[in-house]
Design a protein around this ligand. Structure first.
Ligand SMILES: *[C@@H]1O[C@H](CO)[C@@H](O)[C@H](O)[C@H]1NC(C)=O
Ligand SMILES: *[C@@H]1O[C@H](CO)[C@@H](O)[C@H](O)[C@H]1NC(C)=O
Ligand SMILES: *[C@@H]1O[C@H](CO)[C@@H](O)[C@H](O)[C@H]1NC(C)=O
Ligand SMILES: *[C@@H]1O[C@H](CO)[C@@H](O)[C@H](O)[C@H]1NC(C)=O
Ligand SMILES: *[C@@H]1O[C@H](CO)[C@@H](O)[C@H](O)[C@H]1NC(C)=O
Ligand SMILES: *[C@@H]1O[C@H](CO)[C@@H](O)[C@H](O)[C@H]1NC(C)=O
Length: 463
């Protein structure tokens, strides 16, 4: 059912690609890893669901004007079938031993070790297999840790697993009710501070975003996917060297609660290895795809030395998801995504803490939304916002963002997932093991999946 919806969307996109006016400019995009967003169109009870509240669709704000002097299209033109701009070239060739702009982060390795051969790596965008010697070795990282015996969910959605959803509180399942633990990072501690992040790259348009961030002196946390890193390792180098934080976002972008423990280890381990091979560091932060985490997945991540980072929920049932990832698939329009972002900023002013928002750098549409609309709107927002990367806003020294330079023996946290007060709460999370969002979360839970992308055309991009 879900897969069918995605296949349908893909064929629609394919049809759009075939029209002459889109053909030339879409040429490059066709080779990009295709993570196509879809959203649940029905629940298990058959009741129709939507991905956003009517409130987020009826913003009274004027439609922002098209950015002057850029190639960013008008907001209304940011749609699934839009022609996509040419990509920005890499800015520099970095030498082994080069020092990243972020202070204290390790220098680039010598030589770059990434040599992607499909025979020695998992197949792109497929759940990483568990029968390799690498995964056996990574499984040993779980020794001595208490990994809760929680049965994997059916598919990471609440609607398709009512039994697990009924146990969401005891499982600490974020997807169904927004349950967090004190070890989760879900915000920046300081009010009106936005911990900026982008997920799912490195993508074809990430360089454009990097140029923009540099021009505004902004730093971000990039949650990168292993299957994309092997396609565009140099873009990951640029992200790291420009002073952005790099964190793990799995190999194939599946909802982690549906996977076996060995599969979760494989998904985290292969993404971690791809990052290590390219920029020489092992991140201590990870983000579960779709925010889909429970106490088992948390414990695995912490045992492997990675602290989970989600995004902010307000406690009203909404999360700070711009839904930008649903624009390429045609589920949400550019103006709808931007209206959601405006409501996020409004809601952020009512929090006692800062906040984290879900945005993506994989698609032309999501990058155009970010650099043409959401980031400028946030920079012009009243009251004024402070912009930071997520580790930095949480007071985590940049050295501690990578295992190679981390000196803090209590970060990443020990394996407690109980949410009790013995666990440090300086993470910027809610500081409470509580339900932080309501009934909408099963609706918000995306069912998108990563579909196979083309390696062949990316060959020249490999190191
Ligand atoms: C925006 O879309 C309209 C209607 O499809 C089109 O006429 C116009 O050329 C587009 N503008 C840009 C800058 O893409
Ligand atoms: C892992 O299992 C797959 C499928 O059963 C098999 O094709 C592959 O050769 C196995 N790999 C190893 C390293 O055993
Ligand atoms: C993990 O938790 C279990 C049970 O609480 C405890 O026995 C074990 O010592 C812990 N391991 C570490 C490394 O903290
Ligand atoms: C913002 O808050 C309003 C009012 O509580 C809520 O209806 C809406 O869903 C929230 N939107 C987001 C994106 O947080
Ligand atoms: C080590 O990490 C813990 C948890 O984030 C933090 O509370 C503590 O302040 C850190 N210590 C140092 C010296 O940075
Ligand atoms: C934790 O929850 C309690 C009860 O709902 C609330 O009073 C308190 O403010 C919360 N603490 C934080 C840090 O959110």
């Amino acid at each position: 059912m879900q897969l069918q919806a995605i296949v349908t969307l893909l064929s629609l996109l394919g049809a759009a690609n075939a029209t002459p006016e889109h053909h030339i400019r879409l040429g490059k995009r066709q080779n990009a890893g295709a993570v196509v967003a879809s959203s649940s169109s029905s629940s298990s009870s058959g009741a129709p669901t939507t991905s956003f509240t009517s409130a987020t669709l009826t913003s009274n704000s004027p439609v922002p004007t098209t950015p002057v002097g850029t190639t960013i299209p008008p907001l209304v033109n940011i749609t699934s079938g839009m022609a996509t701009p040419s990509t920005v070239p890499l800015s520099a060739t970095y030498s082994a031993g080069a020092t990243p702009l972020i202070s204290g982060a390790p220098v680039l390795p010598t030589p770059c070790k990434l040599s992607y051969r499909s025979a020695s790596w998992p197949t792109q965008d497929q759940i990483a297999p568990t029968n390799s010697s690498e995964v056996s070795q990574w499984m040993e990282e779980l020794d001595g840790f208490n990994i809760p015996d929680i049965t994997p969910t059916v598919d990471g959605t609440c609607a398709n697993d009512p039994a697990a959803a009924a146990q969401a509180a005891s499982r600490g399942w974020w997807t169904c009710g927004g349950f967090t633990r004190v070890t989760d990072i879900t915000a920046c501690p300081s009010k009106l501070t936005w911990g900026v992040s982008f997920d799912d790259g490195p993508g074809f348009y990430s360089m454009e975003l990097l140029d923009y961030l540099a021009s505004k002196k902004l730093t971000s946390t990039f949650f990168v996917i292993g299957s994309r890193i092997v396609e565009r390792p140099q873009v990951l180098v640029e992200e790291y060297m420009a002073g952005h934080e790099i964190a793990v976002h799995t190999w194939s972008h599946r909802p982690l609660t549906m996977l076996t423990t060995a599969q979760v280890v494989a998904e985290l381990g292969w993404a971690r290895k791809a990052i290590k091979d390219v920029i020489g560091v092992t991140p201590t932060l990870m983000r579960p795809p779709y925010g889909d985490i429970d106490d088992r997945v948390r414990a695995i991540s912490l045992a492997m030395g990675m602290v989970p980072v989600i995004w902010t929920s307000t406690g009203t049932g909404a999360t700070f998801d711009t839904n930008d990832w649903k624009v390429p698939g045609g589920v949400v329009t550019g103006p709808q995504s931007f209206a959601t972002f405006e409501s996020i900023l409004t809601n952020a002013t009512m929090l006692n803490t800062g906040f984290v928002v879900l945005e993506h750098d994989l698609y032309a549409q999501t990058v155009d939304l970010a650099i043409g609309y959401t980031l400028p709107a946030a920079m012009n927002f009243t009251p004024a916002l402070t912009f930071d990367s997520i580790g930095h806003c949480n007071g985590i020294p940049s050295t501690n963002l990578y295992r190679e330079s981390n000196t803090n023996t209590s970060f990443p946290y020990p394996n407690s997932t109980s949410g009790d007060s013995s666990v440090p709460s300086g993470s910027g999370g809610q500081g409470n093991s509580t339900k932080t969002s309501g009934a909408l979360s099963d609706v918000i839970m995306p069912i998108s999946m990563v579909v196979a992308s083309l390696l062949a055309a990316g060959g020249s991009l490999l190191m």
